[in-house]
Design a protein around this ligand. Structure first.
Ligand SMILES: *[C@@H]1O[C@H](CO)[C@@H](O)[C@H](O)[C@H]1NC(C)=O
Ligand SMILES: *[C@@H]1O[C@H](CO)[C@@H](O)[C@H](O)[C@H]1NC(C)=O
Length: 411
């Protein structure tokens, strides 16, 4: 007789490891080649006790177009990184919004990040602070219940100059504190750089928009290590014999952070949280026209992932149903009236209510423990259309996750 899912998930839960949630921001303090490794990237105050900065080595500060405003750490400078047009090739770079007053708004800040060395294959962009104007849609029209989806029309963050058209990254905006994304790079291409762009709407003409602030950290990840093997995509097989944590050299740290191909986001820790873009502490709304994967590390002992929604509120196509699969996306493709196609794809899932499916919309993932036990990579895939319907909220989701290393698979 088979166990019901609730008790199975409980067993899985109890058997899951928790300890390895390694501190990500420890990972990248060390610039290669510097003995006095001082630029820990932590916030600091200038000697006027007023100007904010980031603790970096003098060299890092110079090459990032920063200005030393004081001292910090060991032999380090408190570096003000408020410049708006910066070109850098440091292994780790931090960019902070310039002071944005009403007079200075309506500007565009561009950061050109050039590849640090030929082994760099990915850049991880961490949004330590990210507050831009929220995504918006058109004003309501009487008796019209459907409108275009929420997109970034005022402040816009975008990464361009990417290696391949297929790497197109969506424009982002709103509240994305703590989020991150990955960009694939190729040292063999001519430009050897990516461009990170903030376009800030004029607050004189739109005084109701919130103030724009950001602090983003760009980490260049190297796909080769001391073994000299090409790692992207096949690194798991080679690294399984290496200690998983703590890692010491910067190449080992990179390996921990390198995402599988095709993942916009990557969560290498065994437990943590993730949420939709512009989750905005549960108010959303999520951004229209997105399709991206958030991936998790599948070490050899891992057989699945357990997801617990702190909140989950998405649009749906079919009311009064389970908000699963065909309630989230019609099949076959039909012409005519617009239907919602917003969903979170969680492959091979089973919920505590005994529901099985892969596409979740409406509120189907709320108040559930979901076990996703697919063969192959561990990921969820967010899909949003270009449609909002009055009275159907699109707040988004936030999940806690734990990888599972003990899956009682059904026969
Ligand atoms: C909206 O619908 C109501 C009721 O059907 C109707 O009386 C009204 O004229 C409509 N308004 C517009 C602008 O079409
Ligand atoms: C990098 O770019 C070069 C030159 O365009 C190309 O030949 C090579 O296949 C690319 N490598 C990867 C991993 O995409």
């Amino acid at each position: 007789m088979e166990l019901n899912l609730l008790s199975r998930v409980f067993v899985l839960f109890a058997a899951t490891h928790f300890g390895a949630a390694t501190d990500l921001h420890r990972s990248v303090r060390q610039a290669p080649g510097s003995i006095f490794t001082v630029g820990n990237g932590e916030p600091c105050l200038g000697s006027d006790r007023n100007t904010g900065g980031v603790c970096l080595s003098r060299n890092q500060c110079n090459t990032q177009g920063g200005k030393a405003v004081g001292f910090c750490g060991v032999f380090a400078t408190c570096c003000s990184l408020n410049a708006c047009d910066v070109r850098t090739n440091t292994k780790v770079a931090v960019f902070i919004n310039p002071p944005l007053t009403k007079e200075s708004s309506g500007l565009e800040c561009s950061y050109n990040v050039e590849i640090n060395n030929n082994n760099v294959c990915q850049m991880r962009i961490d949004f330590e602070t990210f507050n831009l104007a929220p995504p918006s849609t058109v004003d309501p029209v009487e008796n019209v219940t459907q409108r275009p989806g929420y997109t970034c029309r005022n402040d816009i963050f975008q990464v361009t100059n990417l290696q391949a058209n297929s790497d197109f990254l969506p424009p982002l905006c709103g509240d994305n504190n703590g989020q991150h994304l990955y960009v694939r790079v190729n040292a063999s291409t001519n430009s050897r750089s990516i461009r990170i762009n903030f376009k800030i709407a004029d607050r004189n003409t739109q005084p109701n928009l919130p103030q724009a602030t950001w602090k983003i950290k760009v980490t260049q990840l190297e796909c080769f290590n001391t073994l000299g093997k090409y790692r992207d995509g096949i690194f798991e097989a080679i690294t399984s014999s290496l200690p998983s944590t703590p890692l010491t050299s910067s190449a080992d740290r990179d390996e921990y952070l390198i995402a599988p191909p095709g993942c916009l986001q990557y969560y290498p820790d065994r437990a943590g949280t993730f949420e939709s873009f512009n989750y905005n502490r549960g108010s959303g709304p999520y951004i229209a026209n997105l399709a991206y994967a958030s991936c998790f590390k599948r070490t050899p002992d891992v057989c699945g992932i357990k997801l617990t929604a702190a909140s989950f509120e998405m649009a749906y196509r079919q009311e009064e149903n389970l908000y699963l699969d065909t309630d989230c996306q019609i099949n076959p493709v039909t012409q005519g009236s617009l239907q919602s196609e917003d969903y979170l794809f969680i492959p091979e899932s089973e919920t505590t209510d005994g529901l099985r499916g892969s596409k979740f919309c409406g509120t189907s993932a709320s108040n559930q423990i979901i076990a996703s036990t697919p063969p192959g990579p561990l990921y969820v895939h967010f899909h949003s259309d270009n449609l909002v319907t009055d009275d159907i909220p699109e707040a988004g989701y936030r999940f806690n996750y734990n990888v599972l290393n003990n899956c009682y698979l059904k026969k």
